[in-house]
Design a binder for this molecule. Structure first.
Ligand SMILES: C[S@@+](CC[C@H](N)C(=O)[O-])C[C@H]1O[C@@H](n2cnc3c(N)ncnc32)[C@H](O)[C@@H]1O
Length: 192
């Protein structure tokens, strides 16, 4: 087991999930050292754009979002309306993550957040395809670490890469409960 489960107090959890900012994104923001405006972030699986909005509220973040919106026109419309005020800093790619990967050069992103497919094979494909797209100083992260497919794929991948993974899982989940807020607080992350 190479997962490190930081013990996060109820008070700290409230701080880091304020405005629904995900824990991994807070870790990313806390570790930024470059000049503002240079940060490129990516979200795989965006749905209605709830999490994308929290990232775009940080005014120096450039964000790319990828989602195929298969049979999901309604969610796409909500997302486009929600992110419209930030159009100058957001790139929307309506496609699967597998199809989109070749649009990007290696080392393009500072923060990659994986929240598309949640089955073992789908998560593993995203991890393998997108890890090279992360800068050497970047943070690789994703949601739903309580799900078996996500948890196992992330662990298997990080063992291969000899990387340490950090995780928080919501209170009451089947896995290790370490976090006090529901839903928002279910992330994994690892430094490139
Ligand atoms: C849990 S939702 C994402 C929620 C969003 N990240 C948030 O927190 O606000 C999962 C999304 O992944 C998308 N998805 C499914 N398969 C995908 C794929 N192959 N590539 C990219 N996105 C995918 C779905 O269309 C869905 O909108």
């Amino acid at each position: 087991m190479i997962v490190d489960w930081p013990d996060i107090s109820k008070e700290d959890t409230e701080k880091i999930t304020m405005g629904r900012v995900r824990p991994s994104f807070t870790m990313f923001l806390n570790n930024m050292t470059m000049a503002p405006n240079d940060y490129n972030c990516l979200e795989i699986g965006t749905s209605t754009g709830v999490n994308a909005l929290t990232m775009l509220k940080v005014d120096f973040i450039n964000l790319t979002v990828i989602d195929p919106y298969l049979d999901n026109q309604h969610e796409e419309t909500i997302m486009r309306n929600r992110l419209k005020p930030y159009a100058d800093r957001v790139t929307i790619i309506k496609d699967t993550s597998n199809n989109a990967v070749d649009l990007f050069k290696d080392h393009e992103f500072d923060y990659i957040y994986i929240d598309g497919r949640h089955d073992y094979q789908g998560v593993m494909e995203d991890l393998e395809n997108w890890f090279p797209k992360l800068k050497p100083t970047g943070l690789f992260a994703g949601h739903d670490f309580n799900l078996e497919g996500v948890f196992t794929a992330v662990n298997d991948f990080m063992i291969k890469k000899d990387k340490k993974v950090y995780g928080v899982v919501q209170l009451g989940s089947q896995k290790v409960p370490r976090c006090w807020n529901l839903e928002q607080c279910c992330d994994w992350w690892a430094w490139a």
